[in-house]
Ligand binder design. Structure first.
Ligand SMILES: *Cc1c(COP(=O)(O)O)cnc(C)c1O
Length: 370
């Protein structure tokens, strides 16, 4: 029996000895927040790393979702996926917008673009898709639909840090994309996030909105919020950015080990890499077919816990089943068969750069020798 807890995630931390000089510098500057030196440096460094032009840092990954809807003046109904983290749909609710759930494609786990048009009504103003597990949505098809119906597109790209297609960032798709830098994500600033947009005017507007709507000393242009990232976390982010490529590399190696060991396990499937895409290996979901595997997803999940292995049923339950949303017409189970099936079969396995070889073995044994 293994006494050590194997957690589903473990944060990427910058070397403490490199962080201390940054802290000393911040103490010397006595400028702790409000677009300070490190805040500006991190925005520049992220644009450079991600291959994008305009980014606004936030204090978490939920406020950029809420602010994107404000910046684009989205109202009425927005089409989104029930297979995501609750923050996606919550951001609509906080803006008084009615979420309209559309089922997912069971292979990619992203919104099923064949079902979007049927969900559009005269009140629809935008689509909010999610690049689930960092796998890009069918962005071309989504844009075609948005163009035909005159809709905005805001991507929840919380999982898609550093993901590119043929070298081009997925964050460039749609009108805006949001990122989360929460401790559990591939790149973290402890808590943090960002909003990616296409032009300087829009960035300015976002920067007003994340600072109470202030456009000048005495001018408030909108009911903005306080979403600003501070200097300490910005400096921490600059250091973490330097090691994120190495961390993604290690994650890829772990993903390949998982795949190799699980490929012949009857009733357990997983996602393959997609050609031309630079994946970030943010998650390693497996999908359990109880009939073929002989054990249900939940049985496996709790058996793993007995062995001190903490996977995560991510995403389960579907957002559409929570009390706030379950009364909506689009939340009905018969509207969401694929999402329901995937949510009932998924377990995300532990995945992080310093996951040890022995732990990987323990995890694999728990699945293979059920
Ligand atoms: C993590 C996450 C968020 C929210 O980010 P926070 O930084 O935790 O506020 C939003 N959407 C998705 C898909 C996420 O995974």
């Amino acid at each position: 029996m293994n006494d050590k807890q194997i957690t589903v995630t473990s944060p990427l931390l910058p070397p403490l000895e490199e962080f201390i000089p940054y802290l000393q510098d911040i103490w010397g500057r006595k400028w702790l927040t409000n677009n300070g030196y490190y805040h500006q440096k991190l925005e520049e460094a992220l644009c450079d790393y991600l291959g994008i032009k305009y980014i606004s840092l936030f204090t978490n990954g939920t406020l950029p979702l809420i602010t994107a809807l404000q910046a684009l003046r989205i109202t009425g109904e927005v089409i989104t996926s029930p297979y995501s983290f609750v923050a996606t749909t919550h951001s609509l609710w906080w803006n008084g917008i009615k979420p309209v759930f559309v089922d997912i494609d069971p292979v990619t786990c992203n919104i099923d673009t064949n079902k979007i048009e049927a969900a559009i009504t005269p009140k629809t103003t935008a689509i909010m898709p999610v690049h689930v597990y960092g796998n890009p949505c069918d962005m071309q098809r989504i844009q075609e639909i948005a163009d035909i119906y005159g809709l905005k597109v805001i991507y929840d790209a919380a999982h898609a840090f550093g993901v590119t297609i043929k070298g081009k960032s997925v964050l460039e798709a749609g009108d805006m994309s949001t990122l989360s830098f929460h401790a559990t994500k591939v790149f973290n600033t402890i808590e943090g996030g960002a909003l990616v947009c296409r032009d300087e005017q829009t960035k300015k507007r976002i920067d007003y909105l994340k600072n109470f709507g202030f456009a000048g000393e005495t001018t408030v242009v909108a009911p903005g919020i306080n979403g600003k990232m501070d200097e300490i976390r910005s400096a921490y982010g600059l250091l973490n950015l330097k090691q994120v490529d190495k961390a993604i590399d290690k994650r890829r190696q772990i993903a390949n080990q998982y795949r190799e060991a699980l490929k012949d396990v009857e009733g357990v499937t997983f996602m393959a890499d997609i050609p031309d895409i630079r994946h970030n290996y943010s998650y390693f979901p497996i999908f359990v077919d109880a009939e073929k595997y002989g054990v249900t997803r939940d049985e496996l999940y709790f058996k793993m816990q007995e062995k001190n292995i903490y996977g995560r049923r991510y995403f389960y339950p579907l957002i559409s089943t929570f009390s706030t949303y379950r009364g909506l017409e689009s939340a009905r189970l018969e509207n969401l068969p694929a999402a329901t099936k995937v949510a009932d079969s998924v377990i995300c396995l532990p995945m992080y750069a310093d996951l040890e070889k022995n732990d990987i073995k323990t995890i694999l044994n728990a699945i293979i020798k059920r």
